[in-house]
Design a protein around this ligand. Structure first.
Ligand code: AMP
Length: 193
């Protein structure tokens, strides 16, 4: 099963993707995590992405598409995957569909976590505060300024993907404001429906 998980920053994509991955026995492919790991390792991709991520901006489509195509070509993704944080633009979605179609594959399901924007800012700033209080590293883009950019880009560039996948009849939307377990169950129901 090939799944994409859509949702604004702070909607709980990472948490839910991890649960789904475990439940379905397919890998969670988080582009944000890949980029943060690349930045920490100082790779070419990491170097290009670091300052962009810090600002809350989007990394260029070509770089993201190349990263994802390489990752989904690994053996552990042969039977499916959950993409968490990709696609974020229509161009990325089209490129993904094109690559998959050359392999006679396609995205089976696009899951959308719907969360009110007012809640997101508080959620993310709390996440940063909690991380700090627990002595964990705080993400460089979990601050007011970068968050404004991230939410703005989500609205303009990523939100239209819901229509893109709705037109392909594979969009399933779930209320992301419910408790974590209920969201997880709703996502599983949506996949099985
Ligand atoms: P995330 O962990 O999904 O919130 O991603 C963190 C940051 O990584 C984003 O704010 C972007 O700067 C970058 N990023 C992750 N995925 C993508 C993508 N598909 N396209 C462009 N930039 C991305």
């Amino acid at each position: 099963m090939r799944i994409v998980l859509l949702g604004p920053p702070g909607a709980g994509k990472g948490t839910q993707a991890a649960r789904l991955a475990q439940r379905l026995g397919i890998p969670q492919l988080s582009t944000g995590e890949m980029l943060r790991a690349a930045a920490a390792a100082g790779t070419e991709t990491g170097k290009k992405a670091e300052a962009i991520m810090q600002r809350g901006d989007l990394v260029p489509d070509e770089l993201m598409v190349a990263t994802v195509v390489e990752r989904i070509s690994q053996p552990d993704a042969a039977n499916g995957f959950i993409l968490d944080g990709f696609p974020r633009t229509i161009a990325q979605a089209v490129a993904l569909d094109d690559v998959l179609s050359t392999r006679t594959q396609s995205i089976d399901c696009a899951l959308e976590l719907k969360v009110d924007e007012d809640v997101l800012v508080d959620r993310i700033l709390n996440r940063a505060k909690e991380a700090e209080a627990n002595g964990h590293a705080v993400r460089g883009d979990d601050n007011h300024e970068a968050l404004k950019v991230r939410l703005n880009l989500y609205r303009r560039q990523t939100q239209p993907l819901a229509d893109y996948y709705r037109a392909r009849r594979i969009l399933k939307s779930v209320d992301g404001l419910q408790p974590i377990n209920i969201v997880a169950a709703s996502l599983l129901d949506a996949i099985e429906a």
